[in-house]
Design a protein around this ligand. Structure first.
Ligand code: FES
Length: 106
């Protein structure tokens, strides 16, 4: 069986390349590669501090679920942002997919 390819990320204002492994949260992927992502709940999906701007031009990512929407509202995270600890890399995305990720803190 062919291993699933990582998804290509462009991170921060300079668009630095990073990889996101299918099944991995965006929070874990970014921290694994040295990016500082806010958190007060260690990626449990409670605090809302891991919110990031995520641009997915191809639209392959799942939309926010109920928990993510609730936590964003409770913590005044912009609705169009994503909670990176709750955003899991899909198993199937086209090889050409490039997702842009940004935080105002970077
Ligand atoms: S790290 Fe707390 S909600 Fe994501």
């Amino acid at each position: 069986m062919k291993p699933q390819s990582p998804v290509h990320l462009r991170v921060g204002p300079a668009g630095i390349g990073a990889e996101w492994i299918p099944g991995e949260s965006l929070f874990t992927a970014l921290r694994r590669q040295g990016w500082l992502v806010g958190s007060a709940c260690r990626g449990e999906g409670i605090c809302g501090r891991c919110g990031l701007e995520v641009k997915d031009p191809a639209g392959g990512l799942e939309p926010s679920g109920d928990q993510e929407r609730r936590v964003k509202v409770a913590n005044q995270v912009p609705d169009e942002w994503r909670l990176s600890c709750l955003l899991i890399c899909p198993a199937q995305l086209p090889d050409t997919t490039v997702i842009q990720v940004h935080s105002p803190a970077w």
